[in-house]
Design a protein around this ligand. Structure first.
Ligand code: PEP
Ligand code: MN
Length: 341
């Protein structure tokens, strides 16, 4: 980032800009360039955008030179990031299947479902102990004890666990039992939470906010990477559009776009995107074809009795059939890529 000063600006104008940069925890290097005073900003991404210094006397314009997401971007890196969770490699070529209920509802039901899902080909178990619902009147989750139940389900099934955290207390409760910490769509912009989650020493599954651009999603990932945690999995889960036929609009066009822009693995959640179980298999297939590194699916043994999101939950036997189909599809996509020059 470079600040170009007006012709004839005063030394006081330059000092004021340096002071403002220091207020933003940045520094300024003053130089003369073709008779003009310019100030280089260090670190380069320290000021938000070209209007950050609006109103300061003597400033002509701010030129954005630096990439705003130096750690998340793909450019300049060899290969893609593979996030390792136990024996599972997310982004390692073989698509990862994450399955489980929307919410943890009880230990026995969860353990029994986890065993079934493992046998059906799931790689990771999902389930929310705390549910950040849009309405305060909706089921808010079983509570912190849900993390212990997930730990138990991990023990009996051998599946590593993905679960959402909301705050310090949930992070603490999840520490022992959860392998991948999920930041939900509603919290993608919660930067204080991103920093805390980043420091927990576990991989982070970062859902795309329902109104977030690709750039904002990458900046959220940048928060985790910048805090020293390289293990970030991105998850597209549908965005808000004018369309009313489904819960959200699954933006599969973002999959190749973010794979171009970032080295991080990206998975797709067709359950929350569509909101209807009948539409989940088609969008799961499409997600694999779009280049996703994995699929996250909600599954419930008795969706009509589910405490949240039952309408979009697959039955265990539907998951088993879809999992087998997705494995076959993935092999077909690999061989198509190899056979077509
Ligand atoms: C979830 O995966 O449990 C969830 C709440 O999803 P999202 O944050 O995408 O709404
Ligand atoms: Mn859900």
């Amino acid at each position: 980032m470079l600040i170009v000063m007006r012709d004839g600006c005063s030394p006081q104008d330059v000092d004021r800009v340096i002071d403002r940069l220091r207020q933003m925890s940045a520094d300024g290097q003053v130089a003369e360039l073709s008779g003009r005073t310019v100030i280089g900003v260090d670190p380069p991404g320290a000021i938000a955008g070209p209007d950050a210094l609006d109103g300061l006397a003597g400033v002509e314009r701010v030129v954005v030179l630096a990439d705003p997401h130096p750690l998340a971007r793909r450019e300049g890196r060899e290969g893609r990031t593979v996030v390792v969770v136990g024996d599972v490699r997310v982004g390692g070529g073989r698509p990862v299947l994450i399955a489980g209920p929307c919410a943890v509802e009880g230990e026995q039901a969860l353990c029994s479902l986890a065993r079934t899902l493992k046998a059906a080909g799931a790689d990771l178990l999902r389930g929310g102990a705390l549910k950040p619902r849009s309405s305060p009147y909706s089921f808010q989750g079983i509570g912190l004890d849900g993390y212990r139940m997930l730990g138990r389900a991990r023990e009996v099934s051998g599946l590593p666990v993905v679960s959402e955290v909301l705050d310090e207390a949930s992070l603490e409760a999840a520490r022992e039992h959860v392998d991948v910490l999920q930041v939900g769509a509603r919290n993608m912009h919660n930067y204080a939470l991103l920093k805390k989650v980043a420091r927990a020493g576990r991989p982070v599954l970062l859902k795309r906010g329902m109104t977030a651009t690709l750039h904002e999603w990458m900046l959220a990932a940048e928060y985790v990477l910048e805090a020293g945690n390289p293990a970030v999995i991105l998850c597209e889960r549908g965005i808000r559009t004018f369309s009313g036929h489904s819960r959200f609009t699954l933006d599969l066009s973002v999959v190749p776009a973010i794979r171009e822009a970032s080295h991080l693995p990206v998975i797709v959640d067709p359950s929350h995107a569509t909101g209807f179980r009948s539409r989940v298999p088609a969008m799961a297939r499409a997600a694999l074809a779009s280049g996703a590194d994995g699929i996250m699916l909600e599954v419930h043994a008795d969706p009509r009795q589910a405490l949240s999101d039952g309408r979009q939950a697959l039955l265990p036997e539907q998951f088993a059939a879809l999992a087998a189909e997705l494995r076959a599809l993935s092999a077909a996509l690999d061989s198509a890529r190899e056979t077509v020059p």
